[in-house]
Ligand binder design. Structure first.
Ligand SMILES: [Zn+2]
Length: 280
């Protein structure tokens, strides 16, 4: 993947090395609870969000303002490319796409959805329409998930942007309402799975539209598929507890994630990403 071919210019808020003001903010209140709910909604481990009141010490290796390190440049170009792809797709449908902001942070961050630590992984907060990303997640992916590679990292960013697209289209709200009316936790989880698989499909749509400019290869696509497969709920559960409990799936199985990513990637058409009707 030649990500350097992609022009930059995304809305990046660089809060790395900033830590949290006042040495930490109480998490237990409403903000923390809301983030925990949203985190569950978007499939991150809520216990990592409600991880306590003490903010970790900010990293000492702060990049000077204006200086753009490689992680910044990479994230900026991927984000800007999602801006362009989705702006075009929305425009063709007679709609306007509001570009999201991506917050780079280290260790812990305050969002409109509450405080989060790096342990939650990348997430999207619909309340401030921002994607939150700790770039150390990338090296964590290499170590823990067997993923890695620049296109795999791009896929993770494009998946979070996919949640923003769902928010823009009102899909996220509809799913939240349906979940509130769900008769069981299993039913609510099934809706989360469909939402997550659609974000995977949207990531694939983005991949289709940048494939030529970024010189995507079969190997790049394999990387993304490996990542999708490694972060499927069944793979995570097997790694975590040694067995699989289908009703608690909130992201879909590895096979489903690969399948929906490829549906978006091969078609480039978000209309093919209807994960809500019919069998998955
Ligand atoms: Zn997600």
């Amino acid at each position: 993947m030649d990500w350097q071919n992609l022009p930059g210019g995304g809305n990046i808020e660089d809060r790395r090395g900033g830590g949290l003001p006042g040495g930490g903010i109480a998490v237990g209140g409403i903000g923390g609870l809301i983030l925990a709910l949203i985190a569950m909604f978007f499939g991150v481990d809520p216990s990592a969000v409600l991880g306590g009141n003490q903010a970790p010490t900010p990293a000492q290796t702060r990049t000077a303002p204006g200086e753009q390190d490689i992680a910044y440049q990479f994230v900026d170009r991927i984000l800007a490319s999602t801006d362009r792809v989705w702006s075009d797709i929305f425009a063709r449908a007679g709609r306007t796409y509001t570009e999201p902001t991506l917050v780079l942070f280290s260790q812990a961050v305050n969002s409109a959805c509450g405080q989060a630590s790096s342990a939650v992984g990348p997430f999207y907060c619909p309340l401030d329409q921002k994607v939150y990303l700790d770039t150390s997640f990338f090296s964590q992916m290499d170590r823990q998930l067997g993923g890695g590679g620049d296109f795999a990292y791009s896929y993770v960013i494009a998946h979070e942007v996919g949640h923003h697209v769902q928010n823009e289209l009102g899909i996220a709200d509809q799913v939240t309402r349906a979940q509130q009316q769900a008769r069981s936790e299993a039913q609510a989880n099934a809706l989360s799975v469909r939402l997550e698989l659609q974000a995977d499909c949207f990531a694939g749509v983005w991949g289709n539209h940048v494939a030529d400019l970024a010189n995507l290869t079969q190997e790049d696509v394999r990387e993304a598929i490996n990542t999708a497969a490694a972060i499927g709920d069944d793979a995570l559960q097997r790694r975590g507890q040694g067995y699989v409990v289908p009703d608690s799936f909130t992201h879909g199985t590895s096979e489903q994630r690969v399948q929906w990513f490829m549906t978006g990637f091969q078609s480039g058409d978000p209309n093919r990403c209807d994960t809500f009707s019919g069998q998955l």
